[in-house]
Design a protein around this ligand. Structure first.
Ligand code: 5AD
Ligand code: SF4
Length: 462
């Protein structure tokens, strides 16, 4: 991994200046609405975007149609994510017809794809601002430029390798917070577009991460989730990820989680952390992607089925109650039914708490996109249905095995389904709903698990 450079203090000061200037403008937008698509990294970026917009004097508007500025933070990991973003953009055209002063901004992973920004500019001239992933911190400058010139601003940079510190933020939740520790990915799994749109791996300095976590703890944060495309290759200050985890554990933040881990980089030290660290929660998202060695090889995952199973055994040896979750791709180019069945048997063997399953989606510029792919969409869809059915059975059995236990739950918010109930997570990251009032949000309560549903648990406070 190459040494990262930080954005200079002068460049940051300029952006602060732009925020102040926008704030002073008479005819600037007054409210904003962000649509955040895709993964947690994007969700975290959206918190930074919200922070910058609020610094520019805009207030958050929950109803999209009412906002003066709408920003789409896009994803492109699969084609349907892209279609969703583009579908939304077309709808915005109608909205802008009724409300010409509406400012429309589109950024994130989709606009960072080579050629995408230019194509969008030509096709959707009503978009006022298009930016990518590497220049998110320059949003204030772009908003200012648009307001001065009232002409579309389109800027996507190829350079990456910068780590940006000190941006404003408006967090979705103070109790449970995402903390970036690294950006980008160097793995180039053959199906994946992420390295092309998020750039090379670069880590934040451990001191910056620790300072952020300390600030969060002072503000009442009970749980942090460390974020990176592959946190296992974190090398901030030259030290490995386990080292950072140990330092954060010593700070005493009640709950620590992280995502995502690449199995090839899951070190012995990190496995040992699961047996030693008091605040590291017993759950791990460890995407396996496939259960067949030949497919794993073609995916460029650089581990075998046996190596993955060995990691699972070792994790369970140090932390028997650990809950594992995974990502699985079905129908990689050239995958045969027998190879797919190896994925089924792996899922049966590991017994994930939950698995996010995807039909392979070709992404332009990736290696897999040029591989022959003879299996029909209908066949792939039958395969994924078999996997989903199996996983549902396993998830339900896992949840059912929790019934009768008393679990410490960090309350997240009102339950979406039941009035008078709240929901929160157990250490193993199972969602539990139980009767209670919103005054419990952000607090720990002991809950007896009384029943299991398909994806969540029910319980009562004891
Ligand atoms: N097609 C289908 N799924 C994909 N993922 C990444 N790229 C693709 C693709 N081209 C999945 C992987 C990854 C998750 C975030 O998205 O399973 O772990
Ligand atoms: Fe994509 Fe692989 Fe990097 Fe994950 S590790 S972001 S799947 S290239």
């Amino acid at each position: 991994m190459r040494q990262q450079t930080a954005v200079s203090p002068e460049a940051m000061a300029r952006q602060r200046e732009y925020m102040a200037r926008v704030r002073e403008m008479e005819d600037r937008p007054r409210s904003y609405h962000i649509v955040s698509m895709g993964c947690q990294m994007n969700a975290r970026d959206s918190e930074t975007i919200a922070g910058m917009l609020e610094e520019m004097g805009l207030t958050r508007e929950a109803v999209r149609e009412r906002a003066d500025l709408i920003l789409y933070n896009t994803c492109c990991v699969r084609e349907n994510a892209e279609n969703k973003a583009l579908g939304n953009v077309i709808w915005l055209k109608e909205l802008k017809r009724d409300k010409p002063e509406l400012m429309i901004c589109v950024g994130g992973c989709m606009t960072q794809e080579p050629g995408m920004a230019a194509a969008m500019k030509a096709k959707y001239p009503f978009i006022d601002l298009i930016y990518g992933t590497h220049n998110l911190y320059r949003l204030p400058e772009y908003v200012y430029r648009f307001l001065m010139e009232r002409a579309p601003v389109v800027e996507v940079l190829d350079i990456d390798g910068e780590v940006v510190e000190g941006l404003p933020e408006r967090r979705e939740s103070v109790h449970s917070a995402f903390v970036n520790i690294m950006y980008g990915c160097d793995n180039f799994c053959s199906y994946c577009i992420v390295p092309y749109v998020r750039g090379r791996e670069r880590s934040r300095e451990p001191e910056d991460v620790i300072a952020e976590v300390k600030r969060l703890m002072d503000a009442g944060t009970q749980e942090i989730t460390l974020l990176g495309q592959n946190v296992n290759s974190y090398r901030g200050g030259g030290a490995e990820f386990a080292n950072l985890l140990r330092r954060l554990d010593r700070l005493g933040v009640p709950r620590i989680r992280f995502m995502t881990s690449h199995p090839k980089d899951l070190s012995d030290e990190l496995i040992a952390c699961y047996g030693e660290l008091e605040h590291l929660m017993p759950n791990l998202h460890l995407p396996v992607q496939a259960g067949n060695d030949e497919i794993l090889r073609q995916m460029n995952r650089r581990y075998t089925r046996e190596r993955y199973l060995d990691l699972v055994r070792r994790l369970r040896a140090v932390r028997p109650e650990i809950g594992l979750t995974s990502d699985i791709i079905v129908g990689f180019p050239g995958e045969t039914e027998a190879q797919f069945e190896d994925t089924l048997s792996l899922a049966r063997e590991v017994r994930f708490d939950a698995a996010y399953t995807f039909v392979y989606s070709p992404r332009r510029g990736t290696r897999a996109a040029s591989m022959p792919d003879p299996v029909s969409a209908g066949e792939k869809s039958r395969w994924i249905q078999r996997l989903i059915a199996l996983q549902q059975e396993i998830s339900f059995e896992t949840l059912s095995a929790q019934v009768g236990r008393v679990e410490r739950v960090l309350v997240e918010g009102a339950s979406a389904r039941d009035a008078g109930s709240v929901g929160g997570r157990t250490p193993r990251n199972h969602m539990v709903n139980f009767p209670g009032g919103e005054e419990l949000v952000g607090k720990f309560v002991d809950v007896e698990i009384t029943s299991a549903g398909k994806n969540t648990l029910r319980g009562r406070i004891v």
